[in-house]
Design a protein around this ligand. Sequence first.
Ligand code: FES
Length: 276
Amino acid sequence: MARNVMNLFHLYKQTSSFLSGFNGFQILSKQRGSNSFGVFSVLNCRKSPPSKSFSTGSLSHVDREGNTAETTFDFTDENYEKIENILKKYPRNYKSSAVIALLDLVQRQCGGWIPLAAMNQVAKILEMPPIRVYEVVTFYSMFYREPIGKFNVQVCCTTPCMIRGAYDILRAIQSKFNLEPGGNSPDMMFHLEEVECLGACVNAPMMQVNDDYYEDLTVESAIQVLENLRDHKAVKVGPQNSRHQCVGIQGKTTLLSEPPGPYCRSLETEQVKKAS
Ligand code: FES
């Protein structure tokens, strides 16, 4: 028994000294979807870069040209103005609450991804330890830590979209633009992802491209939307058929006339009545 305890103690010491050779960022890399610290991520951190984007692949940082701790990053003047306005929303001692808003600014400024130097700059502005910024970036799948294609195509494949043909659309996009889910097209125009429900199920199947939703898709209309975006042609956001917003296919069937009373009471009138 005593020997077993000693063995465990030695194992603990060896593991601790092994881990101390890595910096905090690597040690605290978390396995997505679990709360346990990513010891396996640590063990894998010297391996070759992941084949998928960081939103779905490894969470360990890998130095690449233009993405090292030494790379410089700074916000534009316009974004510094935005930061000033964002920070006004929080008490001075809770500046760190603005971390997601600032990371979103970084991602938009950098064309869809967040370099390590930018995370460090955010930490400096918000006066928080860099590790806490890394934790936020690695936790949320909407932040990318590697360059992605100009158009981030997220195809919803949850049940309502799936039974309306989402996988046909996903496969068609893959073969048309030569990319895999989690990857970029060779011309870096598109980044493709299979995602869960985006909250537009009533107009299924649908996809999100950057900030916009494209709904009521067919294989043909999905490809057409992406080709138009690539070729800088006009695209219609929202339903790609004749549907207006999310009105049923048979048209509006309720609330066709002025609703009958009783209506909301008017507090002003009641106050006047009371006073008189
Ligand atoms: S299932 Fe696709 S948007 Fe909800």
